[in-house]
Design a protein around this ligand. Sequence first.
Ligand code: GLC
Length: 483
Amino acid sequence: MVHLGPKAPAHRKGTFTDVPDVLLAELKSLETQFTVSPDKLREIVAHFINELEKGLSVAGGNIPMIPGWVMDCPTGKEKGDYLAIDLGGTNLRVVLVRLGGNRDFDTTQSKYPLPGYMRTATSEQLWDFIADCLKKFVEEVYPEGCDSELPLGFTFSYPASQNKINEGVLQRWTKGWDINDVEGHDVVPMLQKAIKKVGVPIDVVALINDTTGTLVASMYTDPETIMGLIFGTGVNGAYYEIVKDIPKLQGKLSDDIAPDSPMAINCEYGAFDNELVVLPRTKYDVQIDLESPKPGQQSFEKMNSGYYLGEILRLVLLELAEEKQLIFKGQDLTKLHQAYIMDTSFPARIEEDPFENLSEVYDVFMEVLSIETTVPERKVIRRVCELIGERSARLSVCGIAAICKKRGYTKGHCAADGSVYNKYPDFKVRAAKALRDIFQWKDDEEDPITIVAAEDGSGVGAAVISALTEKRLKQGKSVGLAV
Ligand code: GLC
C-alpha cells in the first residue's frame, strides 16, 4: 500500500488497491527516488551556504553571485515615470510605471507574444523584435510624442555579468534559449542600437535580473522583505549582501562606496551544485541534463524549475510504458516520445483533478498525447506528479534557507514570483513545510520566515532600480566598478 503524506488535501486520498502489484512496486521505488528527507534538505542547505560564499570569493564557484550594482535599499519614496521591459520565456512585456513616492505605483502595460522561432533566432532578430515592440508601445502611450528621453529598466533574466548597472554580458543562455552571438557580449548596446534604429527616445539606464527586480519591488511596498525569488521557468534568488563581505569586489570599488553599503546580489543559484556533490539526482534528471543544450549546467534548476517538471514526468511515464511495459499497453506512444511535449501546466492539471475517477487526467492524456488511460494508471500518474511537484517545492526552498543562514536572518518575508509559485498546486504549502523541516521551528511557533507573493519585479522593480540609479548618478556616485 502506498501512503499519501499526512497533509495531503482530502481529494488526494484514495486507495491504490486496484493498482497491480508490479506497478505498485515501481511506484514505491519512485517514491524513494523522489523523496527528499528533512536530513537531506539540511545537508543540501549546508552545502548551499558554502557555494554562496564561494561565489562571492575571488576564485569563484558554481554559483555566479553577480553584484547587481543596486547599492541602495528602496525607501518607498521613489517617484517618477519609467519604462520597463521583461524578456520572458513566452512574452515580451513592456510596462510604463508611475512611481507615486508613497509606496504606491500605477502601471500601463502590453504583452507581445514571442514568435515560436525566437528562442533560436538570430541575435539581430531578437533585438529588432524588442525595439519594434517598444516603438509600438511608446506610440500608444504617448500618442502626441514624448518631450524627453525615457529611462528604461531592462529585465534580462539570464546570467549576465555586470561591471556596472547598465551592462550585462551574457555568460550563457538558460531555460532553453540558444541564440548565437549573444553569449559573451554586453546585451545593453545591442538593445540600445536596435532602439536607435527605430528612432524612439529611450535610454537603457539599468539591466536587471528578475530576482533583483522582485527583491526591490517588494521592498518598495514591504520593508520586511529580505529576498526576491523566482520559481518559474527557472529558479533563482537575490538578496542584499554587505560590500565588505564580497571578497571579489575588494580593491575594485570607488571610494564613494562604503564598506558597509548594501549590494544586491543576483545569485544565479540555478547553477547550484553543478559539481554534483549533494543533489539527489535520479536517472531521469541525468537524462534531462545529458539531452539538454547545456549539459552540466543549471543542475539545481533542472530538478525543480517549471521548464523541466513536465519533462521529468514524460521520462518516468515513458519508462513505465515502454521499457517496463506496465502502462498504456498496445497504445501509440509517438507523442509521448516527443521531448518537452508536456509543459508544467500538464502535471499541474493532473494534480488539480478534483474527480474521484480522475476524469480530467483522462482528458489531458487524450488531448495532449492521444493516449487512453485506465483508472489505476491515472492514480499512478497522479502520484508521480505529486512526487515531482513535492520534490520541486522542497528543493526550491534550500536557496532561501541558505541565504537566511548566511545573512543571519531569523525572520522576514521572502518575496516570490513565477509560474510554479503562483500556479503549481500546493507549491506554497509544500514549500512552507520544507522550510519548517529545515529550520525545525517549534510546533507552537508561527513561521518567522515566510514566502509571500512578490510585487511585480520586472515592472515596478525595474522602475525603482532605474530611479535609484538616476539618483546616484545625480549625486555623482558610482554605479559600477572603479575603472
Ligand atoms: C534562470 C536564469 C536567471 C533567472 C531565473 C528565473 O535561472 O539564469 O537569471 O533569474 O532563471 O527566471
